[in-house]
Design a protein around this ligand. Structure first.
Ligand code: MRU
Length: 350
């Protein structure tokens, strides 16, 4: 598989890069059939790409929004007003509600703007771009640390189960839960990855499989409902999942189906690990019941990818995420270390 023509940042495969006044974005809705790189030069295009999941995954949408805030000032020649910056921020913030990395990145960009709002637009753009690139760079660095911490927790010959896509495509590069998989594979510790297909958007079948094939990591796809039987057969040593928002208490929102995996893992006495950078921790949300859960369109369930399976007139409920209580989580693996219960996050912010 050739990936040289895909976006790279500091030599690493990434879903998004900023280049000459615009964003190059790998369209994940077209993977794995086609590797299409879109050119986005307008905030409304960036917002559309996040909303429709052309780019998805908590850290990746945060980084895309950070670059989007630079793109938003691209036509300005003199000063950029606070009102204008706030409108750009709101358009991006409104795209998806659950992943806190989105508003975390937007807030960080706004804080830089406020410190430099008197600069002329060209200079301000340089300053904002430098911050967006720092966010991107820090994410890749965090993922490498996470990979090392996580791989240490796995036994030799580990067989792990994962859900959704948490790899390079979902982050600035390298990945979170899939970063642990990569690090374990590089260290010769990994026997097998079981990847849940992840209904209804099939991030497991389409994206995780694409990444694991590229990396030469041994894996099997399975339907989401095979997870219990896999565990009952003694074929899973650890469950590794990403996170979209971790409350102060450790309760964690992640892709729909994650909670079911955590319950199954507890029943079968298998460690369930949440893997995420500290940008996913939201100390201002005390518990999981305070996390907003995105509900997406019925069409994603009734007619996935445009193919109608349900009869005309059927209705569907389509929450994109669920919340796993901290009590089911064996550890939360971050770049600053491995946290265990009782969780009570106090992250030092830049
Ligand atoms: O709806 P998605 O594809 O954006 O959901 C992504 C997930 O749930 C991931 O597990 C999470 O964002 C972590 S990605 C490192």
């Amino acid at each position: 598989m050739r990936t040289e023509s895909l976006p790279r940042f500091q030599g690493v495969l990434t879903p998004v890069v900023y280049r000459n006044g615009g964003i190059d974005l790998l369209d994940q809705t077209q993977l794995p059939q086609q590797e299409v790189v879109l050119r986005l030069t307008d905030v409304s295009e960036v917002a559309e790409a996040i909303r429709t999941m052309r780019v998805r995954g908590a850290p990746a949408i945060g980084i895309t929004a950070a670059y989007g805030m630079v793109v938003g000032t691209e036509d300005d020649e003199s000063l950029v007003t606070v009102e204008r910056m706030e409108a750009i921020a709101e358009a991006l913030r409104a795209t998806r509600p659950t992943a806190v990395n989105l508003s975390w990145a937007i807030d960080r960009m706004m804080a830089v703007f406020v410190r430099h709002e008197d600069e002329a637009a060209p200079r301000l753009r340089e300053i904002l771009l430098a911050e967006a690139r720092r966010i991107h760079e820090e994410d890749i660095e965090a993922n490498r640390c996470i990979g090392r911490h996580g791989a240490e927790l796995l036994p030799q010959g580990a067989r792990v189960l994962t859900i959704c896509n948490t790899g390079a495509l979902a982050t600035g590069g390298y990945g979170t839960a899939l970063g642990v998989v990569r690090a374990a594979h590089e260290g010769g510790k990994l026997r097998m990855v079981y990847a849940c297909e992840t209904r209804p958007r099939l991030q497991g079948s389409r994206l995780t499989a694409w990444e694991l094939l590229n990396e030469g990591v041994p894996f099997r796809l399975c339907v989401d409902s095979a997870a219990g039987y896999l565990m009952a057969q003694g074929r899973i040593d650890a469950v590794l999942t990403g996170a979209d928002r971790i409350a102060k208490s450790g309760d964690t929102a992640n892709k729909i189906g994650t909670y079911a995996l955590a319950v199954l893992a507890r029943y079968h006495d298998i460690p369930f690990y949440v893997v995420a950078p500290t940008s996913t921790v939201d100390e201002s949300t005390l518990r999981g019941d305070g996390i907003p859960i995105e509900e997406r369109s019925e069409g994603e369930v009734l007619a996935p990818f445009g193919v109608a399976f349900a009869p005309d007139g059927a209705q569907a409920w389509n929450p994109a995420f669920d919340v796993t209580p901290a009590s089911l989580i064996a550890a939360i693996i971050t770049e600053v270390g491995v946290f265990r219960s009782p969780y009570c996050f106090e992250i030092e912010r830049k």
